[in-house]
Design a binder for this molecule. Structure first.
Ligand code: FES
Ligand SMILES: [Fe+2]
Length: 421
């Protein structure tokens, strides 16, 4: 950082310095003051249904293992051996009795306890096994979403989520009576700062521009459903603590509410036909109306978006590199034909060969290439500032194409980075 410049000077309500994307010192500070002090999303419960199931994840740059132990408890453990620090587990997911270090075979239970040390006579009187379990993070679960924190004294997860809880509950209604499950994931990296991605999920403004080719590739009903640019009911709410929600399909905000006027999309004709063999018309309608997921993108600071029908999880790798995981969601125990259709919709937009995400990541790369030229030009986040209004509960509300969600995220960023939160 330039000597004499304070973090607070880099950010105003309507703009941020591009140093936020390029300064390695700021990145280090973010790892410490944001990722190590808040609740970070690590997994969804459906990824760990059985005892012994685990998946690996990251909290900031720290690799962690999320495991389900024999008593059904969920543990988030730092993925570093207590002997000389080797990583214990390098596969994305699996089922195990415990974790054994590849270097000298210290072995740990699913809850992180140090269980075994080969040739233990060399450690007599110099080592207490009970003191050398894997480092455990604090764990919080809300609606199947598993979060972890390095801060043992952090506020309860429910308080941190605050106003976002209502929207998480609404998001889960896309299960149409079935619990939500992760159907699969893919991951990719882009050459840009993590906050470029954080902004993107609440950026309705780019949608018809960057996603023109996607719009042109879908049926007219789907394109019409996502033509929210001039729809006054398409709004963004700030939800506090950096969280926000951007509503793109207002009639799908609460999928339990149905006034019966919406036509089911012709593209799902084959699904309707198949489901109608087993289900009442009302149930078929409920499932099919939820096929595209919820009608909104919910952005949870700092690292997960619940975006219509998938989770987008970001991991800061370095100041100019970010890994993204896209987790496609389906209905646990639900009709196979529905889960298959949902996967196809997901692939069509978010997949590696999809018509959506590759275009997004090109735009993110370009932002980073642009800001690399120097910090003299600020990043504007002022769209819709003049038309923001306060809702009764204090949320700031504006149009879905406005930058209210980004302003909320950056307000939290500033509060955490300056120790005001
Ligand atoms: S580094 Fe893990 S057992 Fe030695
Ligand atoms: Fe996009």
């Amino acid at each position: 950082m330039t000597p004499g410049v304070q973090v607070a000077d880099l950010i105003r309500e309507d703009r941020v310095s591009s140093a936020l994307y390029t300064d390695p010192e700021l990145f280090e500070l973010e790892m410490d003051r944001i990722f190590h002090r808040t609740w970070v999303w690590v997994a969804h419960e459906s990824e760990l249904p059985r005892a012994g199931d685990f998946r690996t994840a990251y909290v900031g740059r720290q690799p962690v293992i999320v495991s389900r132990d024999r008593r059904g408890g969920i543990n988030v453990l730092v993925n570093r051996c207590r002997h000389r620090g080797a990583s214990l587990c390098e596969v994305p997911k699996g089922n195990a009795n415990g974790f054994t270090c590849p270097y000298h075979a210290w072995s740990y239970a699913l809850d992180g306890k140090l269980r075994g040390i080969p040739y233990p006579d060399g450690y007599e009187d110099v080592l207490e096994k009970k003191d050398l379990g894997l480092q455990r993070l604090k764990v919080g679960v809300y609606a199947g979403m598993i979060f972890a924190s390095f801060d043992a004294d952090i506020e309860p997860l429910e308080d941190f989520l605050g106003g976002a809880r209502l929207w998480i509950d609404r998001f889960m209604k896309q299960g149409a009576g079935y619990p939500i499950k992760v159907q699969g994931e893919h991951r990719f990296r882009f050459r840009g700062n993590w906050k470029i991605q954080l902004e993107n999920t609440t950026d309705g403004y780019h949608f018809p521009i960057v996603h023109r080719s996607w719009m042109a590739s879908v049926d007219a009903e789907t394109a019409g459903m996502l033509s929210f640019m001039t729809d006054d009911n398409a709004v963004t709410h700030s939800l506090g603590n950096g969280h926000s929600v951007m509503v793109m399909v207002p009639e799908h905000v609460d999928l339990d509410e149905d006034d019966g006027t919406e036509q089911l999309q012709a593209r799902f004709g084959h699904v309707i036909e198949e489901l109608s063999r087993d289900f009442e018309p009302a149930k078929v309608r409920r499932i099919v109306r939820s096929m595209h997921g919820a009608g909104f993108n919910l952005n949870l600071f700092p690292n997960v978006a619940m975006s219509m029908s998938f989770f987008r999880v970001l991991r800061p790798v370095s100041v100019a590199e970010t890994e993204i995981r896209h987790l496609a969601l389906g209905l646990k125990g639900g009709p196979e034909t529905v889960n298959r259709e949902r996967l196809r919709i997901h692939e069509h937009f978010q997949g590696p060969f999809g018509f959506g995400s590759p275009d997004d990541s090109e735009a993110w790369d370009r932002v980073q290439r642009g800001v690399a030229a120097g910090p003299d030009m600020p990043i504007l986040v002022n769209r819709g500032l003049q038309r923001e209004r306060k809702a009764d509960n204090g949320d700031r509300v504006s149009h879905a194409t406005d930058e209210t969600g980004m302003r909320e995220g950056y307000a939290m960023w500033k509060a955490m980075m300056t120790d005001a939160h």
